[in-house]
Design a protein around this ligand. Sequence first.
Ligand SMILES: C[S@@+](CC[C@H](N)C(=O)[O-])C[C@H]1O[C@@H](n2cnc3c(N)ncnc32)[C@H](O)[C@@H]1O
Length: 243
Amino acid sequence: MQRHVENFNSCNYGDAKYWDARYIKEAGAFDWYQRYSSLRPFFLKFIPFSSRILMVGCGNAVLSEDMVKDGYEDIVNTDISSVAIEMMKKKYKDIPQLKYMTMDVRDMSFFQDDSFDSVVDKGTLDSLMCGTDAPLSAAQMLGEVSRLIKAGGIYILITYGDPTVRVPYLNRHGYNWKITLYIIPRPGFVKPDGSSSSSESFLEPVPITENGKLPAGFVLEDPESHYIYVCQKMGEGDPAVHL
Ligand SMILES: C[S@@+](CC[C@H](N)C(=O)[O-])C[C@H]1O[C@@H](n2cnc3c(N)ncnc32)[C@H](O)[C@@H]1O
Protein backbone atom coordinates (compact mmCIF):
# COMPACT_ATOMS: atom_id res chain seq x y z
CA MET A 1 0.00 0.00 0.00
CA GLN A 2 2.91 2.31 0.67
CA ARG A 3 4.93 1.36 -2.43
CA HIS A 4 7.31 4.24 -3.20
CA VAL A 5 5.06 6.74 -1.45
CA GLU A 6 8.07 7.82 0.54
CA ASN A 7 9.52 9.25 -2.68
CA PHE A 8 6.59 11.54 -3.34
CA ASN A 9 8.85 14.56 -3.49
CA SER A 10 10.09 13.36 -6.89
CA CYS A 11 9.63 16.11 -9.47
CA ASN A 12 8.81 13.43 -12.08
CA TYR A 13 5.34 12.76 -10.76
CA GLY A 14 3.72 15.28 -13.09
CA ASP A 15 5.35 13.71 -16.15
CA ALA A 16 3.54 11.21 -18.43
CA LYS A 17 6.83 9.56 -19.47
CA TYR A 18 7.69 8.86 -15.85
CA TRP A 19 4.33 7.14 -15.26
CA ASP A 20 4.46 5.18 -18.54
CA ALA A 21 7.90 3.81 -17.59
CA ARG A 22 6.70 3.00 -14.10
CA TYR A 23 3.60 1.15 -15.29
CA ILE A 24 5.70 -0.89 -17.75
CA LYS A 25 8.01 -1.88 -14.86
CA GLU A 26 5.33 -2.37 -12.20
CA ALA A 27 2.41 -3.82 -14.15
CA GLY A 28 0.70 -5.45 -11.14
CA ALA A 29 -2.38 -3.69 -9.76
CA PHE A 30 -1.62 -1.21 -7.00
CA ASP A 31 -3.73 1.20 -4.97
CA TRP A 32 -2.04 4.25 -3.52
CA TYR A 33 -2.81 5.31 0.06
CA GLN A 34 -6.04 3.45 0.76
CA ARG A 35 -8.15 0.59 -0.61
CA TYR A 36 -11.87 0.76 -1.29
CA SER A 37 -12.66 -1.11 1.94
CA SER A 38 -11.43 1.89 4.00
CA LEU A 39 -12.98 4.52 1.73
CA ARG A 40 -16.31 2.73 1.34
CA PRO A 41 -18.14 4.51 4.21
CA PHE A 42 -17.31 7.88 2.65
CA PHE A 43 -18.25 6.83 -0.86
CA LEU A 44 -21.55 5.33 0.27
CA LYS A 45 -22.36 8.51 2.16
CA PHE A 46 -21.57 10.94 -0.64
CA ILE A 47 -21.80 9.08 -3.96
CA PRO A 48 -25.04 7.29 -4.88
CA PHE A 49 -24.61 4.04 -6.86
CA SER A 50 -26.39 5.58 -9.87
CA SER A 51 -23.91 8.51 -10.12
CA ARG A 52 -21.91 9.11 -13.27
CA ILE A 53 -18.39 9.11 -11.80
CA LEU A 54 -15.10 10.41 -13.19
CA MET A 55 -12.00 8.76 -11.71
CA VAL A 56 -9.08 11.04 -12.52
CA GLY A 57 -5.56 9.56 -12.62
CA CYS A 58 -6.85 6.01 -12.11
CA GLY A 59 -3.45 4.35 -12.68
CA ASN A 60 -3.70 0.57 -12.29
CA ALA A 61 -5.65 0.73 -9.03
CA VAL A 62 -8.36 -1.76 -8.13
CA LEU A 63 -10.55 0.97 -6.62
CA SER A 64 -12.96 1.28 -9.56
CA GLU A 65 -13.34 -2.50 -9.89
CA ASP A 66 -14.18 -2.76 -6.18
CA MET A 67 -16.70 0.08 -6.53
CA VAL A 68 -18.46 -1.74 -9.37
CA LYS A 69 -18.53 -4.97 -7.35
CA ASP A 70 -20.25 -2.97 -4.62
CA GLY A 71 -22.94 -1.56 -6.94
CA TYR A 72 -21.55 1.50 -8.74
CA GLU A 73 -22.86 1.58 -12.30
CA ASP A 74 -20.89 4.08 -14.38
CA ILE A 75 -17.23 4.99 -13.84
CA VAL A 76 -15.17 6.78 -16.48
CA ASN A 77 -11.48 6.31 -15.63
CA THR A 78 -8.80 8.59 -17.05
CA ASP A 79 -5.03 8.81 -16.79
CA ILE A 80 -2.24 10.63 -18.58
CA SER A 81 -0.39 7.31 -18.94
CA SER A 82 -1.50 5.51 -22.09
CA VAL A 83 0.37 2.43 -20.81
CA ALA A 84 -1.85 2.26 -17.72
CA ILE A 85 -5.02 2.96 -19.71
CA GLU A 86 -4.31 0.29 -22.36
CA MET A 87 -3.59 -2.27 -19.60
CA MET A 88 -6.81 -1.41 -17.79
CA LYS A 89 -8.91 -1.42 -20.99
CA LYS A 90 -7.74 -4.95 -21.65
CA LYS A 91 -8.19 -6.11 -18.07
CA TYR A 92 -11.75 -4.77 -17.80
CA LYS A 93 -12.97 -5.29 -21.37
CA ASP A 94 -15.88 -7.40 -20.08
CA ILE A 95 -17.02 -4.94 -17.40
CA PRO A 96 -19.27 -2.38 -19.15
CA GLN A 97 -19.55 -0.19 -16.03
CA LEU A 98 -15.85 0.70 -16.41
CA LYS A 99 -14.58 2.89 -19.25
CA TYR A 100 -10.94 3.95 -19.72
CA MET A 101 -9.54 6.94 -21.61
CA THR A 102 -6.09 8.48 -21.87
CA MET A 103 -6.46 12.12 -20.83
CA ASP A 104 -4.55 14.93 -19.14
CA VAL A 105 -6.58 16.07 -16.14
CA ARG A 106 -5.55 19.66 -16.88
CA ASP A 107 -7.43 19.61 -20.19
CA MET A 108 -10.61 17.56 -20.16
CA SER A 109 -12.26 19.54 -22.97
CA PHE A 110 -13.44 16.20 -24.39
CA PHE A 111 -16.23 16.39 -21.79
CA GLN A 112 -18.97 19.00 -21.70
CA ASP A 113 -19.69 21.13 -18.63
CA ASP A 114 -21.68 19.39 -15.87
CA SER A 115 -20.97 15.91 -17.29
CA PHE A 116 -20.47 14.13 -13.95
CA ASP A 117 -22.17 13.74 -10.59
CA SER A 118 -18.88 12.94 -8.84
CA VAL A 119 -15.16 13.15 -9.43
CA VAL A 120 -12.80 10.92 -7.44
CA ASP A 121 -9.10 11.75 -7.11
CA LYS A 122 -6.74 9.51 -5.15
CA GLY A 123 -3.22 10.81 -5.46
CA THR A 124 -3.55 12.69 -8.77
CA LEU A 125 -3.60 16.29 -7.53
CA ASP A 126 -0.70 15.14 -5.33
CA SER A 127 1.21 14.09 -8.45
CA LEU A 128 0.68 17.45 -10.11
CA MET A 129 1.77 19.19 -6.92
CA CYS A 130 5.07 17.31 -7.23
CA GLY A 131 5.62 18.28 -10.86
CA THR A 132 6.91 21.42 -12.52
CA ASP A 133 4.59 24.47 -12.57
CA ALA A 134 2.66 22.88 -9.70
CA PRO A 135 0.40 25.86 -8.82
CA LEU A 136 -0.59 26.35 -12.47
CA SER A 137 -1.20 22.62 -13.02
CA ALA A 138 -3.28 22.38 -9.84
CA ALA A 139 -5.39 25.40 -10.83
CA GLN A 140 -5.93 23.99 -14.34
CA MET A 141 -6.92 20.61 -12.96
CA LEU A 142 -9.29 21.93 -10.30
CA GLY A 143 -10.84 24.39 -12.76
CA GLU A 144 -11.61 21.45 -15.05
CA VAL A 145 -12.97 19.35 -12.17
CA SER A 146 -15.21 22.23 -11.10
CA ARG A 147 -16.45 22.69 -14.67
CA LEU A 148 -17.33 19.01 -15.06
CA ILE A 149 -19.27 18.55 -11.80
CA LYS A 150 -22.99 19.22 -11.78
CA ALA A 151 -24.38 21.57 -9.12
CA GLY A 152 -24.83 19.52 -5.96
CA GLY A 153 -22.15 17.07 -7.16
CA ILE A 154 -19.05 16.02 -5.28
CA TYR A 155 -15.28 16.07 -5.75
CA ILE A 156 -13.61 13.64 -3.37
CA LEU A 157 -9.89 14.21 -2.96
CA ILE A 158 -7.84 11.59 -1.12
CA THR A 159 -4.39 12.99 -0.44
CA TYR A 160 -1.44 13.16 1.91
CA GLY A 161 -1.76 16.98 1.85
CA ASP A 162 -2.95 18.61 5.06
CA PRO A 163 -5.31 21.62 4.97
CA THR A 164 -2.51 24.20 5.05
CA VAL A 165 -1.29 22.98 1.65
CA ARG A 166 -4.54 21.84 0.03
CA VAL A 167 -7.27 24.25 1.20
CA PRO A 168 -5.74 27.30 -0.55
CA TYR A 169 -6.19 25.44 -3.84
CA LEU A 170 -9.68 24.10 -3.07
CA ASN A 171 -11.17 27.20 -1.51
CA ARG A 172 -11.55 29.35 -4.64
CA HIS A 173 -14.64 31.53 -5.07
CA GLY A 174 -15.16 30.38 -8.65
CA TYR A 175 -15.63 26.77 -7.52
CA ASN A 176 -18.04 27.55 -4.66
CA TRP A 177 -17.23 24.22 -2.99
CA LYS A 178 -18.45 23.42 0.48
CA ILE A 179 -15.47 21.54 1.90
CA THR A 180 -15.75 18.83 4.55
CA LEU A 181 -12.58 17.20 5.86
CA TYR A 182 -12.03 13.69 7.20
CA ILE A 183 -8.74 12.26 8.39
CA ILE A 184 -7.89 8.55 8.36
CA PRO A 185 -4.71 6.72 9.38
CA ARG A 186 -2.58 4.77 6.95
CA PRO A 187 -3.72 1.17 6.44
CA GLY A 188 -2.37 -1.04 9.21
CA PHE A 189 -1.36 1.88 11.43
CA VAL A 190 -0.76 0.80 15.02
CA LYS A 191 -0.73 3.32 17.87
CA PRO A 192 2.43 3.59 20.01
CA ASP A 193 0.64 1.64 22.77
CA GLY A 194 0.18 -1.26 20.34
CA SER A 195 -3.59 -0.81 19.89
CA SER A 196 -5.24 -0.22 16.55
CA SER A 197 -7.53 2.69 15.73
CA SER A 198 -11.30 2.55 16.04
CA SER A 199 -12.62 3.15 12.54
CA GLU A 200 -15.88 4.82 13.69
CA SER A 201 -14.07 7.90 15.00
CA PHE A 202 -12.75 8.69 11.50
CA LEU A 203 -16.25 9.06 10.13
CA GLU A 204 -16.67 12.33 12.02
CA PRO A 205 -15.63 15.42 10.03
CA VAL A 206 -12.74 17.49 11.35
CA PRO A 207 -13.45 21.24 11.39
CA ILE A 208 -11.17 23.44 9.31
CA THR A 209 -10.47 26.93 10.67
CA GLU A 210 -11.06 30.11 8.64
CA ASN A 211 -7.36 30.12 7.77
CA GLY A 212 -7.58 26.59 6.37
CA LYS A 213 -5.90 24.98 9.37
CA LEU A 214 -6.73 22.15 11.73
CA PRO A 215 -8.27 23.28 15.04
CA ALA A 216 -5.74 24.43 17.67
CA GLY A 217 -4.55 21.51 19.76
CA PHE A 218 -5.79 18.90 17.26
CA VAL A 219 -3.51 15.87 17.43
CA LEU A 220 -3.22 13.42 14.55
CA GLU A 221 -3.37 9.84 15.75
CA ASP A 222 -1.13 8.84 12.83
CA PRO A 223 1.33 11.62 11.92
CA GLU A 224 1.22 10.39 8.31
CA SER A 225 -2.55 10.25 8.06
CA HIS A 226 -4.44 10.60 4.81
CA TYR A 227 -6.87 13.46 4.27
CA ILE A 228 -10.22 13.13 2.54
CA TYR A 229 -11.67 16.42 1.29
CA VAL A 230 -15.29 16.15 0.26
CA CYS A 231 -16.01 19.21 -1.89
CA GLN A 232 -19.68 19.74 -2.72
CA LYS A 233 -20.40 22.09 -5.60
CA MET A 234 -23.08 24.53 -4.50
CA GLY A 235 -25.68 25.74 -7.00
CA GLU A 236 -25.89 29.29 -8.37
CA GLY A 237 -28.81 30.09 -6.06
CA ASP A 238 -26.95 28.82 -2.97
CA PRO A 239 -25.13 31.31 -0.77
CA ALA A 240 -21.40 31.68 -1.51
CA VAL A 241 -19.26 29.38 0.59
CA HIS A 242 -16.42 30.72 2.72
CA LEU A 243 -14.37 28.83 5.23
C1 LIG B 1 -0.15 8.52 -7.20
S1 LIG B 1 -0.78 7.79 -8.63
C2 LIG B 1 -2.42 7.33 -8.11
C3 LIG B 1 -3.02 6.27 -8.95
C4 LIG B 1 -4.41 5.80 -8.48
N1 LIG B 1 -5.36 6.89 -8.45
C5 LIG B 1 -4.37 5.15 -7.13
O1 LIG B 1 -5.01 5.63 -6.20
O2 LIG B 1 -3.68 4.14 -6.98
C6 LIG B 1 -1.10 9.23 -9.64
C7 LIG B 1 -1.69 8.93 -11.00
O3 LIG B 1 -1.94 10.19 -11.63
C8 LIG B 1 -1.61 10.08 -13.00
N2 LIG B 1 -1.34 11.44 -13.51
C9 LIG B 1 -0.26 12.22 -13.26
N3 LIG B 1 -0.37 13.40 -13.90
C10 LIG B 1 -1.56 13.34 -14.57
C11 LIG B 1 -2.24 14.25 -15.43
N4 LIG B 1 -1.73 15.46 -15.74
N5 LIG B 1 -3.43 13.88 -15.96
C12 LIG B 1 -3.96 12.65 -15.68
N6 LIG B 1 -3.35 11.75 -14.88
C13 LIG B 1 -2.17 12.09 -14.32
C14 LIG B 1 -0.42 9.15 -13.03
O4 LIG B 1 -0.23 8.55 -14.30
C15 LIG B 1 -0.80 8.15 -11.93
O5 LIG B 1 -1.49 7.06 -12.47
